[in-house]
Each structure stands twice: as C-alpha cells, then as structure tokens.
Design a protein around this ligand. Structure first.
Ligand code: DQA
Length: 155
C-alpha cells in the first residue's frame, strides 16, 4: 500500500506570506511544506506537496491518487482548494472518485468570513475539515490522516 500523502494547494496559495497577511499570516507555502513533510515523516509517511493555480491540473493530480494496476496512487489526500473550494464541482467529482480518505484544510476560518466562503464543495468528499489554525492546520491534518490510514490498514 502507498505511504504517500498527497497535499494539494489551490490558486493564489503560492503567494502565502505576501498575500493578505492579516488573514493568511506571514508563513510561506514553502515553510508549510517543510513542516508538513517533517510531520508526515514522523508518522512514516511521505508527503507529496503541490500547488497549482489551474483547476484542471488539480483534477489530474487527484485522479493520479487512484490506485490502479499500473499506478501505486496515494494513501490519502489533504487539500486546500483555496477559491475552488467554493466553486468547483470538477474537484468534488474527482475527490469522490479517488477512493482514498480526503481531509480539507483552510488557513483561515472560512465560517467567520464572507457568506460565499461558507459553502464548500470539497466538504462533501472529506472525512473532516480543519480551518482557522493557519499553517499549523496542515500538520493537524497530517496527524489525522496518519490515524485514518492506520485504521484503514487494521480494518
Ligand atoms: C482559503 C480560504 C478560501 O476562501 C480562499 O479563497 C483562499 C484560501 C484558506 O486557506 O483560508 O484562497 O482556502
């Protein structure tokens, strides 16, 4: 079974640290990647951390997590789909088809913000949602994913 956790980031998250720091903080995506990768390693997992501004590319990466006879796939997906969270049926459909546990992450508490951020398509495919803890949310998600994966192994 794959030990890879795919950690996907949507549009504008490449600008973390510079973008609206009062909402998203001063930590860069690279710093978050480092912390999440180390946390995954502490659980014996490999993080495959990616960012794209392109919806289709995110869909293709989610499809790549599926295990097939030619592809080892991933053990789980952690996703901050950023603005696509609130708009993308394509990302939802890909997540519903991926066959591995999904955890949704947001840096900000989307429920404290504008009404249009309260609805998430991603949530329909997610085991759980972590939001409002800034970059630390990714480490919490890795801990939760490690538990889901070990439960799936013993089930
Ligand atoms: C976000 C919240 C989204 O509403 C927003 O579009 C983002 C980032 C977050 O991490 O808080 O780009 O996903």
């Amino acid at each position: 079974m794959s030990r890879v956790v795919l950690i996907l980031n949507g549009p504008n998250l490449n600008l973390l640290g510079q973008r609206e720091p009062d909402i998203y903080g001063r930590t860069s995506l690279d710093d978050i990647k480092g912390a999440a990768t180390a946390r995954a390693k502490s659980h014996g997992l490999d993080a495959d951390f990616r960012q794209s501004n392109d919806e289709g590319e995110l869909v293709s990466w989610i499809q790549g997590a599926r295990t097939t006879s030619t592809n080892p796939g991933a053990a789980g997906i952690i996703i901050n789909a950023a603005a696509y969270t609130h708009t993308s049926v394509a990302i939802l459909d890909a997540l519903l088809a991926c066959g591995v546990p999904v955890i949704e992450v947001h840096l900000s508490n989307i429920f404290k913000r504008e009404e249009f951020r309260h609805h998430s398509f991603v949530s329909r495919a997610a085991t759980g949602v972590i939001c409002g803890f800034g970059g630390q949310g990714y480490e919490l998600a890795v801990d939760a994913m490690a538990q889901l994966i070990s439960k799936a192994k013993t089930a």
